[in-house]
Design a protein around this ligand. Sequence first.
Ligand code: GLU
Length: 550
Amino acid sequence: MDFKELADLIFPDVKEISYYEEKYPKRNLPEGAYVTRFAPSPTGFIHIGGLFGSVIDRKLAKQTGGVFMLRIEDTDQKREIENGISQIVDSLKDFDIIPDEGMISETEEKGIYGPYKQSARKEIYQAYAKHLIVQGKAYPCFCTPEELEEIRAKQEAAKIRPGYYGVWAKYRNLPTNDAAEKIKNGVPYIIRFKSMGREDRKIKHKDLIKGNIEFPENDQDIVIIKADGLPTYHFAHVVDDHLMGTTCVIRGDEWVSSIPLHLELFRALELVPPKYAHTATIMKDDNGSKRKISKRKDPEAAVSYYHEQGIPAQSVVEYLLNIANSTFEPWRRANPDKSIDEFELQINKMSVSGAVFDMIKLLDVSKTVISKYDAKTIYEKTLEWANRYNKNLADLLSNNEDYALKVLNIERGKAKPRKDIAKWSDVESIIEYMYADRYNKMTEFEFQKINNEDEIKGIIKEYLSNYYDIKDDKEAWFEKIKNLSEKFGYAREVKAFKTNPELYKGHVGDISTVIRVVLTTKHNTPDLYEIMQVLGDEEVKTRLNTFINK
Ligand code: GLU
């Protein structure tokens, strides 16, 4: 029996590969266009590293006039969860990442290179596996788990490299007649690749991020089709990225050691491999030592975390671009209002070693991002978050939308807008004092330099009776606070105090802080004049009086 007959026995019904080669035309794209894909398993969970990859995938495709695909790799059906695909589609959408092709819901997809779900491509993989069998480049392997275990034990005892290769590959050279007989007798089997590689030879490869790398050749006869008829990841990605016209596989560092195998598979199929870019693992600083950010230990490893915390998607994406290219930060500083689509990401400038994920930096980026939103946007985004995660805040905001908008508009829309909100979950504690019933329950007043109660009451009393007038414009308002300062022995100007500190008890800032803390309980707030205008005459007077009479 020849290989062709054996192949027909194994896969009697599959098509010739020429059928698929014609069915999926070469893409007609501008020179240099990137065709990229994010290829997660449908576990419903997206790791921050996966999001990082898809931000890069999407960005490169977009900036070169290429295509970004979402392909679902569900050949390991043990790991699947219900709605695993739609959860991935939705999580990406939360980050404004909408694939040009691929899965768009649990069951729907768009694009002509599909199916984009691997389990629906079974006969395609089998066609390519059959093609290899016909050429003697793949074969059925009948090893039982016990036999594999026996091989492993022998290798271990002899201190030899483990695996299914060379002389250890028991069914590699089984005559086709014997194989056919076993198959006819119903002996279970899988399909293995017949590697021609040698461990003592090296292959060189140029990775778009890591540069030139060198590895021993692959010599393992890896499984390409499993007992359930589905392919392994290695084989599926080769077939898919070929037929889908992927130009650059961007994936995590953990795959780089599979490069020799993947290139060998492409060669065996006589296909041109795509380029590869292996992104550095995102690390976490754990008490001074770096380790991989982990799904088990770090809540921020799951992208759902950012949504739950109310960290805007844009902040996370900008932070990830920061990690991707160190040129992003200066670009953003020089172009504060440009869309990130205008930033040119350079894959060869990406860091080779693992970037440390820095939450403080992310929140800082986020403060800047939010500072550019207008009050209405902040209102809507906070309300949307609060409706899901904080009922009290949702009520506070929706009970009086006009007032909430005024509150959120304090010190906004100016050259230097306020930068105190990093995430929607911050908003409640930041605006709460603007609401009388909340303020009335607050007991901690953060007084600073002036913290003697009698002195404070004296200042407030004087302010209320002889200086305060809600109708004052900002200049008049501040002039009065300066006058008030002078009256109590504080310098009108900070500078005057700094030149002759012995002449004064303090300066105007100490006095305005007293008023600020009495009105808000906080020493650090946005512009006090604006706060008072929004609180309104009656509420300001009530707060000042209540304090005096305490
Ligand atoms: N499904 C693979 C994973 O687990 C995809 C790797 C790739 O992008 O090729 O990440």
